[in-house]
Write a protein that binds this ligand. Structure first.
Ligand SMILES: CC(C)[C@H](C(=O)O)[C@@H](O)C(=O)O
Ligand code: SF4
Length: 469
């Protein structure tokens, strides 16, 4: 009998084309997602070498980072650099025969929301994109890597990627999540626990009752932020929740092909006794709603807590860097998290821009008003999410409360388009990165779940969603 294997081992083994003496492998790539930021030079490289895209039918291109999200976006992009990138992707997709969703297409949205929603992302596949949050697709039990622009070119040309195998890490979240605590809180707590380098050199498999109980949307939120914990990729074994989600998606296998796919997908789980190089266990029942206080996704604390004092940190470099983070954030140690007032709220991004996220926010917002001191916006992750939300009347709830209701895109997750913070502005954000300048020059980001962001918009400061009335 062969040795027990993890889910990662299985997908890896199924895709190795060749291995050299140093253990470096050539991996076959099943799906390639392309956006406008990391692809222009890759296509240019192909053009100069006179090469074609090897498998256009396994490639899907969509604009997301640079597109405006205002209702008048059809008039075009003012920013020259953004406009050039978007136009380049449209042209490259046409020249190389790759399917492309422009900002005028209902299927357009953030690449990591579009892939799953179209059934382009399927269990057991290797999936790449020139984007770090490609880890999102691991929620389907797919091995999903972010890659650099030169690798984008390599995959376009050959449908393979040069890779060394990573180690196996298991993060098990036992028990049940308390009311008001979400997938976002799980992953923020995990990163708080292991640190931003905690997953370095590993692929993390998420397992345990709390993970199993999550919807696909929640699982995508968890896998999305795996990269912020330093891991190469995140994985969750597919199950009935996964199969139900995929079933009627446009590109999902149909008929006999579906039955065959399902037989294979059911083998995609770690074997009993499979070896993990590292195991971390958390108890979901102990998790509170979480708020980030600093400029790294590991700087997290319970909403019931206070801003920590960096002087309590032993390591000098770390102590200095956390003092710097507090200075940047304009916060003092000992301040209660619920006393922090905010100026802006951003609900969206590939972390929390899916329908379930908008439903969670709407539930909090219904019949209430955004605080006079706050400007808040909702940016659906795709045109399909937007359409669904409108069919459910969520847009009305948001607009009546005083939120802006936008067109899909990366928006204020990163300052690559017109949506950005002004210097000094403080934002409750459902995105994944709170780096300095991430949402705009000198902008201050606090990472939270959609329900927590929505509640902060109403209250004007952070509140504990579990006890807030
Ligand atoms: C622009 C892109 C390359 C980048 C990434 O790789 O993640 C962006 O999506 C981000 O979230 O910072
Ligand atoms: S939404 Fe944010 S994290 Fe996701 S791909 Fe866009 S910029 Fe990157």
């Amino acid at each position: 009998m062969s040795a027990p294997r993890t889910l990662y081992d299985k997908i890896w083994d199924d895709h190795v084309v060749s291995t050299d003496d140093t253990g470096t492998c050539l991996l076959y790539i099943d799906r390639h997602l392309v956006h406008e930021v990391t692809s222009p030079q890759a296509f240019e490289g192909l053009r100069m070498a006179g090469r074609k895209v090897r498998a256009p039918e396994k490639t899907l291109a969509v604009v997301d980072h640079n597109v405006p999200t205002t209702p008048d976006r059809h008039i075009g992009i003012k920013n020259e650099e953004s406009r050039v990138q978007v136009e380049a992707l449209a042209q490259n997709a046409k020249d190389f025969g790759v399917e492309y969703y422009s900002e005028k297409d209902k299927r357009q949205g953030i690449v990591h929301i579009v892939g799953p929603e179209q059934g382009f992302t399927l269990p057991g596949m290797t999936i790449v994109c020139g984007d770090s949050h490609t880890s999102t697709h691991g929620a389907f039990g797919a091995l999903a890597h972010g890659i650099g622009t030169s690798e984008v070119e390599h995959v376009l040309a050959t449908q393979t990627l040069v890779q060394k195998k990573a180690k196996n890490m298991l993060v098990r979240v036992d028990g049940q999540l308390p009311e008001g605590v979400t997938a976002k809180d799980i992953i923020l707590a995990i990163i708080g626990e292991i640190g931003t380098a905690g997953g370095t050199g590993h692929v993390i498999e998420f397992a345990g009752e709390a993970i199993r109980s999550l919807s696909m949307e929640g699982r995508m939120t968890v896998c999305n932020m795996t990269i912020e914990g330093g891991a190469r990729a995140g994985l969750i074994a597919p199950d009935e929740t996964t199969f139900d989600y995929i079933k009627d998606k446009p590109r999902a296998p149909k008929g006999k092909a579906w039955d065959m796919a399902l037989d294979y997908w059911k083998t995609l789980h770690s074997d009993e006794g499979a070896h993990y190089d590292r195991v971390v266990v958390l108890d979901a029942a102990n998790l509170p709603p979480i708020v980030s206080w600093g400029s790294s996704p590991e700087d997290v604390i319970s909403v019931e807590g206070v801003v920590p004092n960096p002087d309590d940190i032993q390591d000098e470099n770390k102590r200095t860097s956390k003092w710097r983070a507090l200075d940047y954030m304009g916060l003092k140690p000992g301040t209660k998290i619920t006393d922090i007032a905010i100026d802006r709220v951003f609900i969206g991004s590939c972390t929390n821009g899916r329908i379930e996220d908008l439903r969670a926010a709407a539930k909090v917002v219904e019949g209430r008003k955004v605080a006079a001191s706050v400007s808040a916006m909702i940016v659906p992750g795709s045109g399909i999410v937007k359409e669904q939300a409108e069919a459910e009347g969520l847009d009305k709830i948001f607009k009546e409360a005083g939120f802006e209701w936008r067109e899909p895109g990366c928006s204020m997750c990163l300052a690559m388009n017109d949506d950005r913070l002004k210097p000094g502005e403080r934002c409750a954000s459902t995105s994944n990165r709170n780096f300095e300048g991430r949402q705009g020059y000198k902008g201050r980001t606090h990472l939270v779940s959609p329900a927590m962001a929505a509640a902060a918009a109403i209250a004007g400061h952070f509140v504990d969603i579990r006890t807030w009335k």
